[in-house]
Design a protein around this ligand. Structure first.
Ligand code: NAP
Length: 312
């Protein structure tokens, strides 16, 4: 059945894939788009032109704009937020909860989570994770029907970098290896996140549930990831070991310098993934796993994902 979905973050890395996934399932999209974004790059303009040519309807405004959210929610059945990980941006999603709570016809909201289930790590271990966890309570307390989608590592960040977060593509000479290099981490392609989450959006079984996307063949160690890349390219990379103590020192240093906030988030995630193993496929008892729930969808393997960098 065709449904109408309000999408926040349609110009973002993940949001773009939600546009494709929603359209390929025949749903119609109302995209909340800021007129004055922080960066107005040509890629964003081109994307918006493409959206205008396809069936994406644009609603002017940002998450700060409660009136725009009200106008949008009048027109749709469900809401997906792909807002980025900045704590102040994550907190703005309270406006979605507040408005959705007044609109009984909104059948589901997927707020921006899309990482390691933040309930698995303690307070202050991953700063933006604390805000994602806080948002879970906001939606639950507002009585809005939700699905919280946990994904562990998104492949564009974790596979393309061979696990050294922050690299846009595999390094050519040297790669940092954290801890033993033998801790497993579950990764998934952005396009697959969107396809599984869109299916969950209108599934009664996932209403008011935590769900996770843990493709069983995509749980890899950093060492396996690097070796896979070396086999594909025939080149050997120098390993630069980073102990957990050295990583903790980095985290402390970044924490003292507000200009290093993005690096702090990355280093905290690297610790949670490659040292603490919190994204190794473990899940709390209340979590439904979507590759099990929808076996027909299928997913890209890590090896397939790496192929896209071979000829770059
Ligand atoms: N697990 C992982 O490995 C991993 C990796 C990356 C991201 N993530 C998660 O995935 C989610 C999405 O991240 P992303 O990387 O796709 O983010 P992104 O590329 O930075 O995109 C953010 C989107 O939010 C929009 N936006 C920002 N502020 C807004 C506001 N006030 N009102 C309305 N829209 C606003 C931006 O629009 P403009 O075009 O107007 O700026 C953009 O479309 C986050 O939860 C993030 O933590 C997880």
């Amino acid at each position: 059945m065709q449904e109408r979905v309000l999408l926040i973050g349609a110009t973002g890395r993940l949001g773009q894939h939600f546009v494709k996934a929603l359209q390929s399932e025949g749903h119609s999209i109302l995209a909340l788009i800021r007129k004055d974004p922080a960066t107005d790059d040509p890629h964003r303009r081109e994307l918006l032109a493409r959206y205008a040519r396809s069936r994406v309807k644009v609603l002017d405004g940002g998450l700060e704009d409660v009136a725009a959210l009200e106008r949008g929610m009048h027109e749709v059945d469900a809401v997906i937020s792909c807002i980025d990980h900045r704590p102040d941006h994550l907190l703005l999603q309270s406006n979605i909860a507040e408005v959705a709570a007044r609109f009984a016809h909104i059948s589901r909201v997927i707020p921006s989570q899309f990482g390691i289930d933040s309930r698995l790590y303690g307070e202050t271990r991953v700063e933006h994770g604390d805000f994602k966890r806080k948002m879970q309570s906001v939606f639950q307390d507002a009585g809005v029907p939700f699905s919280f989608v946990h994904t562990n590592g998104l492949a564009n960040e974790w596979v393309g970098s061979l696990g050294q977060l922050g690299l846009p593509r595999p390094p050519t000479e040297q790669v940092e290896v954290y801890g033993t290099g033998d801790i497993r981490f579950s990764v998934v392609a952005l396009e697959d996140v969107a396809r599984y989450a869109v299916r969950a959006l209108f599934d009664e079984r996932t209403r008011n549930k935590h769900v996770a996307i843990i493709p069983p063949d995509n749980i890899v160690t950093q060492t396996q990831l690097i070796r896979m890349w070396e086999r594909k390219t025939g080149r050997t990379l120098r390993r630069a070991p980073v102990s957990s103590a050295a990583l903790d020192e980095r985290i402390e240093g970044f924490g003292r310098d507000p200009s290093k906030r993005p690096l702090l988030a990355m280093a905290q995630l690297v610790r949670a993934a490659w040292i603490d193993g919190l994204g190794d496929g473990r899940r709390l008892p209340d979590v439904l796993e979507l590759t099990e729930l929808y076996p027909d969808i299928g997913y890209r393997s890590v090896s397939e994902y790496l192929e896209r960098y071979v000829d770059e």
